[in-house]
Design a protein around this ligand. Structure first.
Ligand code: SF4
Length: 421
């Protein structure tokens, strides 16, 4: 921290050294290096480009002192609630509950955006900041910080989010659930578009047939992202390789993209400890990927997380979902995934299954066979995520069903909350 002052209006702290990890603890921590500005009513945090990244209210109307707003690079405000600390960690693997002001499959928690002080803040934060920030009162370093903070107004932040989406070819409709390990704080690089199956049930797909991007396009993206994230690159230690089935790209493309991104973004010199890469795969791509790819991914410092959407091991359910794969592929994919998880310590491959009230009983019966009967002992890796089919419908009975599956599972088991970027 280089500067701190207090006067009648604002208190500043510039270049605060926050934590260097994303610890799973029951009170909020703030990873990275950031700047803060505190008024009588609010605390605002800014990244090293002086763009707002977090905020919370200080008065009694704020829902809970541990609850914060976080703004993503896609310019979404996400409200991190504690969920009353009842069952949140068991359900999500984290002590916070992200709440979105867009449609998601979240089945726990209420809707904090219905509260006036929450939705009002997401709309009015810049007005609060302008009202408090009278630059005349401050020292030169603080004045210049304030000047830049006020330049980064909502219009400019939205334009920057648009630029991010232009560079990577569109908004990321869903991030892998494993991205929770870095608080969803990652740099997206698109290496392929679309997916193989275009399943009927899926609400995050697009119309692109699966296409791999040329290396020249990927390299250009990386250079443009480097300029976009600029001074704040030091606060990143993770990338996401998009879109929906990056594992289906050629091994050379995957490895090139990881190495190039890590080096050009300077992730090995990040303020944050460790380096991670996240991407999606499918039953087809996990079955067809050569063993050598996993061997080489395992040689890369840090962790590589691959998330595979299997949805159901039951053929009737797959047909009902409109997912054009066979139950045999799902069983084979699950077995290969767990054998890869055992073989490679720097790799975790997680899987997703669907849950909903109206699925055939055989779906749950066969899911139970996979997550309970394929292993004798509790596993540390190979996380199983359950994704509720219907959106925005908190439901006690679905939570009950999830808890039942979690109790019998021999793998870490959590809910998959759909978050975009
Ligand atoms: S579930 Fe996966 S494979 Fe199926 S349509 Fe959605 S993104 Fe594509």
């Amino acid at each position: 921290m280089t500067t701190a002052s207090l006067n009648t209006q604002c208190k500043f702290s510039l270049r605060v050294n926050g934590c260097t990890t994303f610890p799973k603890i029951s009170y909020p921590t703030h990873p990275g290096i950031y700047n803060t500005l505190e008024t009588e009513q609010h605390v605002f945090h800014f990244n090293l480009n002086n763009e707002i990244i977090r905020a919370k209210g200080k008065d009694k109307n704020w829902r809970h002192p541990h609850e914060w707003f976080k703004r993503t690079m896609g310019n979404d405000w996400v409200y991190y609630s504690t969920g009353g600390y009842t069952g949140v960690f068991e359900a999500t693997g984290e002590y916070y509950l992200p709440n979105f002001n867009y449609s998601s499959n979240n089945i726990i928690g209420g809707n904090p955006f219905k509260a006036k002080e929450i939705s009002g803040f997401a709309d009015d934060w810049f007005t609060f900041l302008q009202a408090a920030a009278n630059a005349e009162l401050y020292a030169p370093a603080e004045r210049s910080f304030l000047y830049e903070v006020l330049l980064n107004n909502p219009t400019r932040l939205q334009a920057k989010a648009q630029l991010l989406h232009n560079i990577i070819g569109g908004q990321v409709s869903v991030l892998p659930p494993d991205a929770r390990h870095v608080g969803y704080n990652l740099i997206p690089v698109t290496i392929s578009r679309g997916c193989l199956y275009k399943c009927r049930f899926c609400s995050v797909k697009n119309n692109h047939p699966f296409t791999e991007l040329p290396l020249t396009d990927i390299d250009q993206q990386i250079e443009e992202l480097r300029r976009l994230y600029s001074n704040d690159l030091i606060n990143y230690n993770a990338i996401y390789l998009g879109e929906h089935d990056a594992l289906n790209a050629a091994p050379g493309t995957i490895l090139h993209s990881i190495h190039k991104s890590y080096n050009r973004f300077g992730l090995y010199d990040s303020y944050l400890e460790g380096v991670s890469c996240f991407f999606f795969g499918s039953a087809t791509s996990i079955l067809e990927a050569p063993e050598q790819l996993f061997f080489e991914l395992n040689q890369i410092p840090g962790m590589v997380y691959i998330n595979i959407g299997l949805e159901s091991p039951n053929q009737t359910t797959l047909d009902q979902l409109g997912k054009p794969i066979t139950s045999a592929q799902v069983w084979d994919a699950f077995k290969r995934i767990q054998s890869l998880n055992r073989a490679y310590t720097h790799l975790e491959i997680s899987v997703n299954f669907i849950m909903d009230e109206n699925l055939p009983a055989a779906h749950y019966r066969e899911v139970e066979q996979l997550i309970r009967d394929t292993e004798f002992f509790q596993q540390a890796k190979g996380t199983v995520y359950f994704s509720p089919l219907s959106f925005d419908k908190p439901s006690r009975s679905r939570m009950f069903e999830f808890n039942r599956l979690k109790l019998m599972s021999r793998f870490p088991t959590f809910l998959y909350i759909i978050q975009r970027l």
